[in-house]
Design a protein around this ligand. Structure first.
Ligand SMILES: Nc1ncnc2c1ncn2[C@@H]1O[C@H](COP(=O)(O)OP(=O)(O)OP(=O)(O)O)[C@@H](O)[C@H]1O
Ligand SMILES: [Mg+2]
Length: 110
């Protein structure tokens, strides 16, 4: 199993949701977050001095998937969220060692 964590532009949330549904991925968690990437959000110049690192509004999506859905999830996120401009976001993939459904106690099925 894999945990896919994606940081995307908030305005892409509906598009990414539809793209994931189209790949039969329905389970996800979504959080509003503040973040910065390589451009440090943005920097302002005051009297010739670069000041202040700002955090921009982004959305985090977390998706637990079986290994055979990893590629589909990544493709859905990348195709729906890429604009080609800086700030499109990142996707992290982690190994997920265990999953357990609280209602039934069943393990390993996501
Ligand atoms: N290394 C990181 N660790 C944690 N979160 C990150 C990391 N890189 C990016 N993020 C998250 O993703 C958001 C969008 O990042 P962003 O797309 O600007 O990344 P980037 O590496 O600067 O790429 P680009 O050059 O395309 O802008 C950030 O605001 C932050 O929330
Ligand atoms: Mg950036």
């Amino acid at each position: 199993m894999k945990l896919i964590t994606a940081y995307i532009r908030p305005e892409k949330l509906n598009d990414v949701k539809q793209a994931l549904y189209a790949k039969e991925i329905y389970s996800m968690s979504v959080t509003n977050i503040l973040g910065s990437g390589r451009q440090k959000g943005f920097t302002e110049t005051y009297r010739g001095v670069q000041m202040e690192v700002n955090l921009l509004k982004k959305v985090r999506i977390e998706i637990g998937v079986n290994d055979d859905f990893e590629g589909a999830a990544i493709e859905a996120i990348q195709t729906s969220c890429a604009t080609g401009s800086e700030g499109d976001g990142v996707i992290f993939v982690s190994e997920l060692s265990k999953s357990l459904r609280i209602r039934t106690g069943e393990e390993g099925i996501l």
